[in-house]
Design a protein around this ligand. Structure first.
Ligand code: SF4
Ligand code: SF4
Length: 282
């Protein structure tokens, strides 16, 4: 069983469009949406949720008014100004550092576990999907990504699947590191824009740091041929193979409006190219 992650550095370059098409083309795979801050693979794969679990992470302080003597020490020490003059803690401002509960002379502050989101095991017509929804402004998305990946891998092993196909998050932070760790291939999808090139280089450096085999796909290569040549040169210098370059296509927008993978919309140049790409990735 091989694990393939689609990442980009920059958001909006086509990760989910590509992952959903791979899902439609793969014969025997499990899918994982690791972009837990802004999950959207479910919009194209239309899962039926089979199992739902709470994701608890981090802590928030709560004052027990019965024991609080209103001495004000917690207000003074909280560097996040999370405690109001009437001794109510704003859960958005509270960073969960716990110092107020340590210094409270009455032990009136409790640290309560946060419900940070939910994660799901679902069924799609293409195979099982493990996905999640992180709450607004909640943290620890890296932990949630790891949870999603662990469960996708477990299902793949139990059901003898050939691949785990992962829709990765944008950027280069903790959720990206959690998404690429121990995968067999990181497929970077980029676009020929300056920010696309810059962020491709950054995420390629992260993948290299962790020793992950990396390949590149240039999406909408024909919107700027000079930048496409620059991407090819950068990849050549870094010894990273460019596996495909996909043309700009309005069919992508049409498939998104219909909420289906592009390879199921029509037969066109881009769907042929994506099919060839999947065969190479396999
Ligand atoms: S430190 Fe404790 S007793 Fe003092 S105001 Fe805060 S919660 Fe109340
Ligand atoms: S846990 Fe930390 S951030 Fe939250 S209210 Fe207490 S001191 Fe402030």
């Amino acid at each position: 069983m091989k694990q393939i992650v689609v990442i980009s550095g920059k958001g909006g370059t086509g990760k989910t469009v590509l992952t959903a098409s791979f899902a439609a083309l793969a014969d025997n795979a499990v899918f994982a949406d690791c972009d837990v801050d802004a999950a959207d693979l479910h919009l194209l794969l239309k899962p039926k949720i089979r199992e739902r679990y709470e994701f608890k992470s981090g802590k928030t302080a709560v004052i027990d008014k019965k024991h609080c003597t209103q001495c004000g020490e917690c207000i003074t020490i909280c560097r996040f100004n999370a405690i109001s003059e009437d001794f109510i803690i704003d859960p958005i401002s509270c960073e969960g550092c716990g110092i107020c509960s340590l210094i409270c002379p009455e032990q009136a502050v409790m640290m309560e576990e946060n419900l940070s989101g939910d994660w799901y095991i679902s069924e799609t017509k293409y195979g099982p999907l493990v996905h999640a929804k992180l709450g607004i402004a909640e943290e620890n998305s890296g932990k949630l990504v790891t949870l999603v990946r662990q469960n996708a891998k477990k299902i793949a092993e139990e059901q003898h699947k050939d691949h785990v196909i992962i829709d990765g998050p944008p950027g280069i932070g903790c959720p990206v590191v959690a998404s690429i760790t121990n995968t067999d291939l990181a497929l970077i999808i980029t676009e020929p824009t300056l920010s696309g090139i810059h962020d491709m280089e950054r995420v390629a450096a992260v993948a290299e740091h962790f020793g992950i085999q990396t390949k590149v796909v240039i999406n909408k290569y024909d919107i700027n041929l000079k930048n496409t040549r620059d991407i090819r040169t950068i990849c050549q210098n870094k010894n990273i193979e460019v596996l495909a370059q996909l043309p700009f296509s309005e069919d992508v927008n049409k498939s998104l409006v219909k909420c289906i993978p592009i390879v199921e919309l029509c037969n066109s140049q881009i769907t042929e190219d994506i099919t060839d790409l999947w065969n190479k990735v396999k």
